[in-house]
Design a protein around this ligand. Structure first.
Ligand code: ADP
Ligand code: G6P
Length: 469
């Protein structure tokens, strides 16, 4: 078996424990567990002022994984991470053209840091290694590695949506980005609609087409492009949830509910998650049906995220104010409708909270996959499962047929769906849950990893072996 080198911008701290909130870190922590290898990326630290480049990555061994951790300079982080990655690619790929900011300075920083990643990574790579690069921060990495003469198999997985042609072409350097994407041997997306968007793009721009063997010819290179829906550690999480009542915090939470039904939302504080619309839907629900007043509690656990990006700071204020206003308007002396918490919790606690919740509210305006949806399903008690209320705009909606689907822009519709979820009979809940659980059990995070790596390790047919780009 070849050695695996995983590369991502975000790398969780090497000590075993709670990975940071974010699907990539959680998924890759699970995927690296049995397979081992090198995990290379940003350390989360900033270089001292005046130093532009780290001398070499710090290498740390933990649990069979070698972490290669790079400190980055302040200017690089501003331009590459906060700037191009999180003020241009992130909003654009989540269909939020209104929130994008494109500058040449940020774009320059994006390419510069990808070159830096390549330079620092190259000395660690051996000829038989396979390299798996993750997410929008690092699209140009393979092209940089190829420019240095690297022949290894290199794969790329995009954790976020790939937008439709009309949106993607808002990116002034869209052609350069796709040309660099073509330096990979395998490009993986979350869902079939993402692959369709990519196919439409290459066709309309006249830069590629699908080959008879199913692969794509893009800028003259034959590459595999397919969907590889990311999974979770389903069995581990289900087992954790089943015994979560042992934890004092989980027990205290249950007692504090005093028999009320719990609705739960768990998301990074991100505008793509539709948290404001969700709170509005919950408020509408409270006014729809007097019967539910005082009989349910909505817990929203939302760690702050990307505080260096202005749109996130604005959103933090907006959501806090909204939650405060709804509580002010509807609370009773002995009942608070919304509990809004800005922190991360341990995986054990999280599993216990999901299991206790009668409704999982997963209503992003747009999401690549959404692991919270899968975690909520995995954590349920098969005898008395809760209901997943899921946005039709989450990648997970392509897989989780048993969910109650909703359009998060339709606040009244979502409010009605909350009532339906709370009142759903046991046999319907069990039937929906079983269908979803079977899917996430069969397609867990190990399935995702193996499926992608098999595609990456499969030799290309001789006739179409990619040449130099
Ligand atoms: P994204 O990757 O956009 O943040 P996902 O739903 O795919 O969205 O993944 C989020 C991951 O972060 C999940 O594994 C979830 O459990 C975790 N997470 C989110 N919020 C918290 C929190 N408050 N405490 C602990 N883990 C969290
Ligand atoms: C999403 C992205 C990841 C990112 C995570 C947390 O899951 O797809 O690439 O790591 O959000 O965001 P952050 O900016 O803190 O890494």
């Amino acid at each position: 078996m070849s050695r695996l080198i995983v590369v991502s911008n975000r790398v969780p701290a090497p000590e075993p424990g709670t990975p940071p909130a974010g699907g990539l870190a959680v998924a890759l922590s699970g995927a690296m567990k049995e397979r081992g290898g090198i995990w290379f990326g940003w350390s989360g630290r900033t270089l001292p002022a005046g130093q532009d480049e780290p001398e070499a990555p710090e290498l740390v061994e933990s649990d069979g994984v070698t972490y290669g951790l790079l400190d980055l300079g302040e200017r690089d982080l501003d331009d590459y991470y906060a700037g191009f990655s999180n003020r241009m690619l992130w909003p654009l790929f989540h269909y939020r053209m209104d929130l994008t900011e494109f500058t040449r300075v940020n774009l320059g920083g994006y390419y510069r840091v990808n070159r830096l990643f390549a330079k620092q990574l190259l000395p660690l790579i051996q000829p038989d290694d396979i390299i798996w690069v993750h997410d929008y921060h690092l699209i140009p990495l393979a092209a940089e590695l190829r420019a240095a003469g690297l022949q290894n198999r290199i794969g790329f997985f995009l954790h976020i949506p790939f937008p439709p042609h009309d949106i993607f072409t808002v990116l002034p350097n869209h052609a350069d980005i796709v040309r660099r994407l073509a330096a990979y041997d395998v490009v993986g997306f979350q869902t079939p609609p993402d692959v369709e968007n990519f196919e439409t793009y290459v066709r309309r721009e006249g830069v590629g087409r699908r080959l008879p063997d199913g692969r794509f010819l893009v800028y003259g290179r034959a590459i595999t492009v397919d969907d590889f829906p990311v999974g979770i550690e389903t069995q581990v999480f289900a087992t954790t949830a089943a015994s979560a009542n042992r934890h004092a915090l989980v027990r205290r939470m249950r007692e504090s509910l005093e028999g009320r039904k719990l609705l739960i939302g768990v998301d990074r504080l991100d505008y793509s998650k539709g948290i404001a619309q969700r709170i509005q839907a919950y408020e509408t629900f409270l006014t729809l049906d007097e019967m539910w007043r005082g009989r349910c509690t909505y817990l929203q656990v939302t760690p702050k995220s990307r505080g260096e990006v202005p749109e996130y700071v604005a959103m933090e204020r907006e959501v806090a104010e909204l939650a405060g206003r709804v509580n002010g308007a509807h609370a009773e002396l002995d009942w608070t409708p919304i509990r809004y918490v800005n922190r991360t919790v341990s995986r054990n606690t999280l599993a216990g909270l999901y299991r206790m919740a009668h409704v999982g509210l997963v209503t992003p305006l747009r999401d690549g996959m959404n692991l919270v949806a899968k975690e909520y399903v995995a954590a349920q008690d098969p005898e008395d499962p809760g209901v997943l209320l899921l946005s039709r705009f989450a990648g997970a909606a392509c897989e989780l047929e048993g969910a109650l689907l909703t359009n998060p822009y339709d606040v009244d519709g979502t409010a009605g769906a909350i009532v339906r979820a709370l009142e759903m009979p046991l046999d319907e809940r069990q039937d929906r849950w079983r269908r979803m659980f079977e899917r996430i059990r069969d397609r867990d995070v190990a399935w995702w990893r193996n499926n992608f790596l098999e595609a990456l390790e499969r030799p290309a047919p001789e006739a179409t072996r990619p040449g130099k780009i």
